[in-house]
Design a protein around this ligand. Structure first.
Ligand SMILES: [Zn+2]
Length: 276
């Protein structure tokens, strides 16, 4: 199979700029919402490229901006869940996780008009400490998860987890896992799937990694947030380890995204996995 024939999964973690900064959701009241601007900008870029994606929508965003979920679905994208409050799963009690998941599913299915089949954890927080969440996802009707990053990071990762899609919880039906893509370099898994890595590395590195992965016959997953193509979003003081990545190269990201969408084939994750 040629690299060009491989269809990769394009995914958007649909949350506002202040929701992924490790600020508790109870303190989100004072921040300026930008997702109507950045979200519609992203929808326009995808429409121009003629590409459909999976939107992992945060429940709190769907509650405040229900019309955006309708626009995402009407444009032909897949609506999936990113949970409700952007809390790391390994810091949640299972009952709270289940309640927030079900609340997000009810709202997204009502607004999107279709069953929600996919889930991505905030901060890729399915780790060895939160594997209990997988059965809860499966019992809620989720068919695939895309939250395990086979790397070591200060807040996520299962370093030796499988790197390509597999059944992570037994069925029927099983729960599939589409791991966040890594590129094997010098015996280590290099994270190359998007977000801050996409903004920090030169574009050529992402392109080389995706080509190499596709040539080996694998589909990659790419992820991005709407705020990453919104360089005008507010600058606030955050811990240094977060500031080190959050504000880097925001002005270049939309151009890079357009190149990526031209250089590779993409589809929603549900199609790449063949789940129905
Ligand atoms: Zn997120």
């Amino acid at each position: 199979m040629t690299a060009h024939a491989i269809v990769n999964a394009l995914t958007i973690d649909f949350e506002d700029w202040y929701q992924g900064l490790e600020i508790p959701h109870t303190d989100w009241g004072g921040f300026e919402d930008r997702i109507e601007v950045s979200g519609r900008r992203l929808l326009a870029v995808l429409a121009e490229a003629g590409v459909h994606a999976t939107f992992f929508v945060l429940g709190r965003v769907a509650e405040r901006h229900p019309e955006l979920v309708g626009e995402i679905a009407a444009a032909g994208h897949e609506v999936a869940t990113h949970g409700w409050s952007h809390t790391m799963i390994y810091r949640m009690e299972p009952d709270v996780f289940r309640d927030e998941l079900q609340r997000s599913l009810r709202l997204l299915e009502e607004l999107g008009g279709r069953s929600v089949l996919g889930h991505r954890a905030p901060f890729f927080s399915i780790t060895r400490q939160s594997l209990w969440a997988l059965d809860i996802l499966r019992e809620a009707g989720i068919r695939y998860d895309s939250s395990v990053y086979p790397v070591l990071n200060y807040r996520y990762g299962i370093e030796d987890a499988p790197r390509w899609p597999y059944a992570i919880a037994e069925g029927p039906p099983p729960l599939l896992e589409f791991p966040i893509t890594t590129w094997r370099v010098l015996g280590r898994n290099l994270p190359v799937a998007g977000g801050a890595y996409f903004r920090i590395y030169p574009y050529a590195l992402t392109r080389t990694a995706f080509r190499s992965i596709n040539r080996a016959g694998h589909a990659a997953v790419f992820y991005l947030h709407p705020w990453e193509i919104d360089p005008g979003h507010p600058r606030i003081r955050v811990p240094r380890r977060i500031a080190a990545t959050h504000y880097v190269n925001l002005g270049r990201t939309e151009g890079r995204l357009r190149r990526l969408l031209g250089d590779f084939r993409f589809a929603p994750m549900v199609e790449v996995l063949g789940v129905r």
